[in-house]
Ligand binder design. Structure first.
Ligand code: NAG
Ligand code: NAG
Ligand code: NAG
Length: 276
C-alpha cells in the first residue's frame, strides 16, 4: 500500500492547486481548502472527504502529532500548527497556507469545543461561558478575518449544531455559542454576498473526543457519514443557510430534492407572512 508518496510526486500533485488548474471531474479538483480543528474527529473526516474530491487541503490544529495522523494517507496536504485563540498564530498560519498553495478557496471553520461540564445555570461558572464563546465564536471570527485579509475565499462553511437552533437543558453555554455562530453565518452571508457563499452545517450526533457518545445510542453517526451533507454545502449556490445532516437523510427518505434540506438562517419576515 503506497501511503508515502515520493517528494517528487507530492510536488507535481501540489502544482494542480498552486496553478489553480481544474481539469478533473472531481468536485473540488484544484480547490484549496483550509480546515481548522483538523487533527481529529469531524475535522479529520472533512479533510479526507475534501481530499477524496480532489482538493488540496491545508490542515490546522494545536497538536502536530494529530495533524500528522490526519495527513498520513493524503497526498495534496500541508500541516500548520496553530491555536485558533491566538491572533498572531492564526495570522501566521494563514500566511503559511497562502505561501504554500498560493491562495485559499474554501474555509471550513470546524474547530470548536464543548462547555466545561453539563449543569443547570445555577451551577455554572460565568467564566466558563467566556471560554466557550472564545473558542466557538471569537476564534471563528479571528480565522475568517485573517483568511479574508490574505486570500479571496469563495466559500465559507461553519460547523454548527442543532444547539445553534434550539435550547438544551444543562447545556446553555454551548447552545449560546452555536446560536452566536448562526448569527455570524447569517450576517457574513449578507456582507460577503458578492464574493463568497457562507453556510453552516450541523453534523448530528457524531462520536468525538469533545463529545463522546455511549456506543449503541440511537442516532449516533460516524464523522465520515456527514459526507453527503458536506458535499451539498460545497456545491450549493445559496448562502446564509443551515443544513442538518439528519434532516438531509429524512428529506431523502421522503423522496424530496436534497436542496429542501437547506434552510435559510434568517426567519421569514413576520409582517410579510401575516399579510400573505
Ligand atoms: C440537568 O442537571 C441536573 C443536575 O445535575 C439533573 O438533575 C437533571 O436531570 C439534568 N437535566 C437534564 C435534562 O439532563
Ligand atoms: C442557483 O442555481 C440554480 C440552478 O443552477 C438557479 O436556478 C438559481 O437561481 C441559483 N440561485 C442563486 C441564489 O444563485
Ligand atoms: C462558523 O462556525 C463557527 C463555529 O464553529 C462560528 O463561530 C462562526 O460564526 C461561523 N461562521 C459563519 C460565517 O458561519
Amino acid at each position: 500500500m503506497p501511503t508515502r508518496p515520493s517528494v517528487l510526486l507530492k510536488f507535481f500533485l501540489s502544482l494542480v492547486c498552486v496553478t489553480g488548474s481544474s481539469f478533473g471531474m472531481s468536485l473540488l479538483q484544484g480547490q484549496r481548502v483550509l480546515i481548522t480543528g483538523a487533527g481529529r474527529g469531524i475535522g479529520r473526516a472533512i479533510a479526507h472527504i475534501c481530499h477524496a474530491e480532489g482538493a488540496c487541503v491545508a490542515l490546522t490544529a494545536r497538536t502536530e502529532a494529530q495533524l500528522h495522523e490526519t495527513a498520513s494517507s493524503l497526498q495534496r496536504v500541508s500541516m500548520h500548527v496553530a491555536d485558533v485563540t491566538d491572533t498572531a498564530q492564526v495570522e501566521d498560519m494563514v500566511r503559511q497556507v497562502v505561501a504554500k498553495w498560493g491562495g485559499i478557496d474554501i474555509l471550513i471553520n470546524n474547530a470548536g469545543g464543548s462547555q466545561a461540564g453539563k449543569a443547570p445555570l445555577q451551577e455554572l461558572d460565568s467564566d466558563d461561558l467566556v471560554q466557550v464563546l472564545n473558542l466557538n465564536v471569537v476564534a471563528v471570527h479571528r480565522v475568517t478575518k485573517a483568511v479574508l485579509q490574505q486570500a479571496q475565499p469563495t466559500r465559507i462553511i461553519n460547523i454548527s449544531s442543532k444547539a445553534g437552533k434550539v435550547g438544551l437543558p444543562n447545556f446553555s453555554f454551548y447552545v449560546a455559542s452555536k446560536h452566536a455562530l448562526e448569527g455570524l453565518t447569517a450576517s457574513w452571508a449578507e456582507e460577503l454576498k458578492d464574493v463568497a457563499i457562507v453556510n453552516s452545517i450541523s453534523p448530528g450526533m457524531v462520536d468525538t473526543v469533545s463529545f463522546p457518545k455511549p456506543p449503541g445510542r440511537p442516532g449516533v453517526r460516524s464523522a465520515e457519514s456527514i459526507k453527503d451533507g458536506l458535499m451539498l454545502l460545497l456545491k450549493t449556490n445559496v448562502t446564509g443557510h443551515y443544513l442538518h445532516v439528519d434532516e438531509l437523510d429524512e428529506v431523502r427518505r421522503r423522496g424530496f430534492d436534497d436542496r429542501v434540506a437547506l434552510k435559510a438562517i434568517n426567519e421569514p419576515d413576520f409582517v410579510t407572512q401575516l399579510s400573505s
